[in-house]
Design a protein around this ligand. Structure first.
Ligand SMILES: [Zn+2]
Length: 186
């Protein structure tokens, strides 16, 4: 268990069409979300559910868990998720540069959009020559999908790497998935 200024965290396994994601959150927000399977596999009809958790809730489920499950459900239903779950950055041992890049990406690059590494640097208030540093921020991203590092691609429009090159197939799948976006009902 980690602790942050909001109290102790809990760890959950969330099953999705792309297999299990591990979520760590406190009562305030998400600390991390990681994709666990080593081999990329899609099960399109799998529903998004909490399949396991490290500590029992004692009748009080952290709100960020519900928000994250709802967000993932909408995401896998090809919809622009209606709201961004709260992320608790309080204990993230990192640099202001990474934090700035992650926040800009989460707030401004929407479902179905892509940006290049250099564009994301510029959007975050840096020179576009910081594209290599942005690549580093993407490898360090603690909250996959919600901080959508898969939407950051090469200036040539090629996808580029995902998870330092270990999950490139997943990045391509995510980009294709978002192109099939459904029109939202009013
Ligand atoms: Zn926290």
């Amino acid at each position: 268990m980690q602790k942050c200024k909001y109290g102790p965290t809990n760890t959950y396994m969330i099953n999705t069409p792309l297999g299990e994601f591990q979520l760590e959150c406190c009562s305030y927000g998400i600390h991390s979300l990681h994709h666990m399977p080593k081999v990329f596999k899609v099960e399109k009809t799998a529903s998004v559910v909490v399949s396991d958790q490290r500590y029992p809730d004692n009748g009080y489920q952290y709100k960020p868990v519900k928000d994250c499950v709802n967000w993932l459900q909408e995401f896998f239903d090809n919809k622009e998720p209606s709201s961004l779950p709260t992320i608790c950055w309080s204990e993230e041992k990192t640099t202001d540069f990474h934090l700035n890049i992650w926040k800009t990406l989460a707030e401004r690059v929407k479902f179905g959009q892509t940006v290049s590494y250099g564009q994301l640097a510029e959007m975050s208030g840096y020179n576009k020559r910081f594209s290599r540093a942005v690549g580093h921020s993407m490898r360090e991203n603690p909250v996959v999908l919600i901080v959508p590092c898969h939407r950051v691609i090469l200036a040539s429009k090629k996808p580029g790497h995902y998870a330092a090159g270990q999950k490139d197939e997943m990045k391509q799948w995510l980009l294709n998935h978002e192109r099939e976006r459904k029109v939202q009902e009013p």
